[in-house]
Design a protein around this ligand. Structure first.
Ligand code: IMP
Ligand code: MG
Length: 185
């Protein structure tokens, strides 16, 4: 038998504190989300748009839990520097090539903090005339005052701490952790 994988708890001089959401809890909630999403969308073409990089792990698990046909594409925005504070500056580095006009578009986000990134991205996607445009976020800190549109699907309410793992990074470290943990700020 294979020995269980040792998970490194230190990177870039930071150490993770406590596990905030464990692997089983993530898997359970994501399976339920998949069903919620399939039930919400009746007929019509659906495109899931993963907001890179943070959503890549969540999206990979979520797509396998939505029992209806859909397409997948990505877009990339950068709002944070290398630290734990938002710069308020959002840049689009990659835009989806998939035709969005007339399709249901579901934007997949890892975490909503200030809502700055989402508001900017939503504005840009609206110009591509989707049939509908909704947000699914794994985590919601419930402190956003810059949000122009509330996420339709939320995995978990998140504490105000800085979180890493399951796609979320601190200075590009910790994305690979199979759970969500907090780190000291
Ligand atoms: P917002 O624009 O302030 O809502 O920030 C959104 C983006 O910042 C998210 O997509 C994440 O990439 C990043 N972010 C916000 N909070 C955290 C956190 O606690 N840990 C890691 N990344 C975060
Ligand atoms: Mg990030």
């Amino acid at each position: 038998m294979q020995a269980p994988m040792e998970i490194p708890r230190v990177a870039g001089g930071r150490e993770i504190n406590s596990v905030v959401i464990g692997e089983e809890q993530l898997a359970e909630r994501i399976a339920a989300l998949g069903n919620e999403i399939a039930e919400y969308y009746g007929s019509g073409e659906l495109v899931l748009l993963g907001l890179l990089k943070g959503s890549f792990v969540f999206l990979a698990d979520l797509v396998r839990k939505i029992p209806r046909p859909f397409q997948v594409d990505f877009l990339m925005a950068a709002s944070y520097g290398s630290g734990t504070k938002s710069s308020g500056d959002v840049r689009l580095l990659y835009e989806p090539e998939t035709e969005l006009e007339g399709k249901h578009v579901l934007l997949i986000e890892d975490i909503v903090d200030s809502g700055n990134t989402l508001s900017r991205v939503i504005h840009l996607l609206e110009q591509r005339k989707p049939r509908s445009l909704e947000i699914c976020t794994l985590l919601h800190k419930r402190m956003a005052n810059a949000l122009t549109r509330e996420p339709r699907f939320v995995g978990f309410d998140a504490p105000a701490a800085f979180l890493v793992g399951y796609g979320l990074d601190h200075a590009e470290d910790f994305r690979h952790l199979p759970f969500i943990a907090s780190i000291e700020d």
